[in-house]
Design a protein around this ligand. Structure first.
Ligand code: NAD
Ligand code: MG
Length: 406
């Protein structure tokens, strides 16, 4: 393991979505290894006080904010006697992710808003620590092509994908994550899911669920959107698509299994009967630290897993009637890239409507299903075309919400 005295070159890191939950975990790991990582740039969308305190602590050269927040934030920086260079809006995110001095980009913006900067980092040959699964769901083929062409590195920090990555042979890890034709004896990927807060509740309970109940994840502390996605299991659906692109595996060879304890973070099954699994406390700093130091290892500050205290590890099949969103993800992958973009867009709109109190939790799956039905079959290849399908699908989801409330 590397210690802070280890002599490896310091890496310059840009943290996209630094004010969020993954941002917090990343900054926690960085703060434990100031000699290994230098925060060159951070971005934040709405919580300016938090963004300012990050700037005070980590002194980045660049900070990116939304256009409407630029003047206020410039004033805040000046009052705090900080002279970070301000980058603005979506263009600013792309500029930061592609700066020559940036080695590593942590893609931790939530939703489709993260796609342009994540794709730009891939095209620029950066090492990308990927949390923003929506980027791969929307643009999997484009992202993987960009990574290969530019020699970028795509290291998953989504805990399940990071676990699978850790359980793959080194040869596969280093072939830019793709499992090639001889597939190295790999039979199947197993994605574990906690089952979220409604695992032991009925569909009727889910219909009546409040926002507070839906975002109260039993094992993980996360941002609001992914917490709702975990409650509907759309998160696992998005992760299924993410895994398929990351590891070049058809979804028919990826199985979702509910493991309520969230200790086994995912598994790889081999032809000889072996299952390799990665275990750990449910704390995102483990996968983040793994990817930050890969192929070395650094400390993460995570509480050590006390295996003597584990009462048991259970594995059960997901109920696809209760968690309809998971089935929709399999369906979208069979339909093609248009459907994946449509499903992701619809889900973002529906989740926001639920958080706003406009629809019930269970309406999310119904809206997603309706938008998916309208998805066309043709493959979508360019960023521009992806964004156009995303926009249209959002409009369709808004229409479904309006119909529900009519
Ligand atoms: P969060 O809501 O806590 O943080 C989101 C970040 O994105 C914030 O910094 C916010 O300012 C920024 N942001 C939001 N909208 C934006 C916009 N329109 N433009 C620019 N920036 C914007 O979310 P999170 O839980 O940290 O999740 C971030 C990503 O990581 C998501 O894609 C999520 O699926 C993935 N992920 C999160 C976890 C987790 O434990 N939180 C685990 C695995 C994967
Ligand atoms: Mg995950």
């Amino acid at each position: 393991m590397l210690s802070s005295t280890h002599t490896i070159p310091q890496k310059n890191i840009a943290i996209m979505g630094a004010t969020g939950s993954i941002g917090d975990s990343t900054l926690s790991v960085v703060s434990q290894h100031p000699d290994l990582y230098n925060v060159v740039g951070v971005t934040g969308f709405s919580r300016l006080d938090k963004l300012l305190s990050i700037c005070q602590q980590f002194k980045p050269t660049y900070v990116c904010v939304a256009k409407e927040k630029e003047a206020t934030f410039a004033q805040m920086l000046s009052e705090a006697h900080l002279n970070c260079k301000i980058l603005i809006g979506e263009q600013g995110l792309v500029e930061l992710a592609t700066l020559a001095e940036v080695d590593m980009v942590v893609a931790a913006i939530v939703g489709a808003a993260g796609l342009p900067s994540t794709l730009a980092a891939a095209n620029a040959g950066k090492t990308i620590l990927l949390a923003n699964k929506e980027a791969l769901v929307m643009a999997g083929e484009l992202m993987i092509k960009a990574v290969k062409q530019s020699n970028a590195k795509l290291l998953p920090i989504d805990s399940e994908h990071n676990a699978i990555f850790q359980c793959l042979p080194t040869a596969v890890q280093q072939q830019r994550n793709a499992i090639h034709d001889d597939n190295h004896g790999i039979k199947k990927l197993w994605l574990t899911a906690s089952g979220g807060p409604f695992l032991h509740k009925t569909l009727d309970d889910m219909k009546r669920a409040s926002v507070a109940e839906a975002v109260k994840h039993p094992n993980w502390s996360m941002g609001q959107k992914i917490s709702v996605d975990s409650a509907t299991m759309m998160n696992k659906g998005l992760e299924l698509i993410e895994a398929s692109f990351l590891f070049d595996m058809p979804v028919s060879e990826i199985e979702v299994v509910i493991h309520p304890q969230s200790i086994v973070h995912s598994m790889v099954e081999y032809n000889d009967g072996s299952f390799l699994a990665q275990l750990g406390s449910p704390d995102m700093r483990t996968p983040i630290a793994h990817a930050m130091a890969y192929p070395d290892r650094i400390s993460s500050g995570v509480e050590r897993l006390d295996i003597f205290k584990l009462s048991g590890l259970n594995f059960v099949r997901p109920d696809l009637e209760k968690f309809k969103c998971l089935g929709l993800a399999y369906q979208a992958m069979q339909q093609g890239s248009y459907a994946c973009i449509a499903l992701n867009a619809s889900n973002e709109i529906a989740v926001q409507a639920f958080l706003n109190g406009d629809i019930r939790l269970t309406d999310i799956a119904d809206i997603n299903e309706k938008v998916l039905l309208q998805a066309e079959k043709q493959p979508i290849g360019s960023l521009q075309a992806i964004l156009a399908v995303d926009k249209l699908s959002r409009e369709q989801a808004h229409q479904c919400i309006a119909d529900l409330n009519a």
